[in-house]
Each structure stands twice: as structure tokens, then as C-alpha cells.
Design a protein around this ligand. Structure first.
Ligand code: 4NP
Length: 153
């Protein structure tokens, strides 16, 4: 299973989503490859935002080996599932999709996982937003594991 998490900058939300889901999959001995990317190129090559690294560390995750990269059309072929953090990311990914098969791979992470909210709020301008983002993504990643495990069993 190849799973891609996508936000705008690939420094705040999607690196957390990548780290959380990869750790959960590894704990269950699932051979999943989880990656992340941003629809924008502003932060390509950068480490995750220090505030994302800090909240990850608080929950025992080290995401400091990640580097930001931009989403590319080929990701729609390589990955089995692509989770957008918000509607804007979702629309930007779909714009690059050429086939129905590609479109079917793209999900809005919170809608797919049954949360009351539909967008993971962008915490870039809000130092206090990172804990909430972590909790939303932690729950969403549990749902992803449940749903994918059900589908393949
Ligand atoms: P992310 O957050 O999409 O969760 O990585 C952002 C990071 C940077 C910017 C916006 C959002 N920015 O405008 O530079």
C-alpha cells in the first residue's frame, strides 16, 4: 500500500500525517509506504516546521528526516491512495488527474474518515493550532487503518 498525504507547503500538516500513519502501520507490521507532498513549491527541500516537529516529538515521533517536496502528476499513478488535508489541496490535486482511476484515489482526509470537520486547519499562522491538527490526524489515521484493513481482508 502506497499512501500520500498532501497539504499546501508540506511542512506543517502533511509531514505530521505521514509520520503518524507510517508509525501506526509499522506498529502493526504492515508494509506500507507513506509519503507526503505539498501542492505549492514555496518550501521545497525544507525540514518540517519546528512546531510540527515539536508536537510529533511530544507523542514520540521523530519526523526530522522528512524534506518538503512538491506534488507531481506522476504521484497519481504511483500512489494507491492520496489524502488531501483541505478542499483547496483536494481541488489542486484533482486538476492534475487525467483518468477516473486517478480521481478515485484522491480523498479529503477528514471527510473520508468521518470527522465532523472537513478541512484540517492550516496551522502555519497559529502557534496554538498544532496540537489540534495532531489530534485530528491521529484519529483520521486510525480510521484509515481500519478502513483499508477491512477492504483488503
Ligand atoms: P502546510 O502549512 O500546508 O500544512 O505545510 C503551510 C505552510 C506554509 C505556508 C502555508 C501553509 N505558506 O504560506 O508558506
Amino acid at each position: 500500500m502506497n499512501i500520500l498525504m498532501v497539504c499546501l507547503g508540506n511542512i506543517c500538516r502533511s509531514p505530521l500525517a505521514e509520520g503518524i500513519l507510517q508509525a501506526k502501520a509499522e506498529a502493526l507490521h504492515l508494509p506500507w509506504n507513506v509519503d507526503s507532498a505539498g501542492t505549492g513549491a514555496y518550501h521545497v527541500g525544507e525540514l518540517p516546521d519546528p512546531r510540527s516537529q515539536a508536537v510529533a516529538r511530544k507523542y514520540g515521533l521523530d519526523i526530522s528526516d522528512q524534506r518538503a517536496r512538491q506534488f507531481k502528476a506522476a504521484d497519481l499513478d504511483h500512489f494507491d491512495l492520496i489524502f488531501a488535508m483541505d478542499r483547496s489541496n483536494y481541488q489542486n490535486i484533482l486538476r492534475l488527474a487525467k483518468t477516473e482511476e486517478q480521481r478515485q484515489k484522491v480523498k479529503l482526509i477528514l471527510e473520508f474518515t468521518g470527522s465532523g470537520e472537513s478541512n484540517v486547519p492550516d496551522p502555519y499562522w497559529d502557534d496554538n493550532g498544532f496540537e489540534h491538527v495532531y489530534q485530528l490526524l491521529d484519529t483520521a489515521c486510525d480510521r484509515i487503518l481500519d478502513m483499508v484493513s477491512e477492504e483488503v481482508s
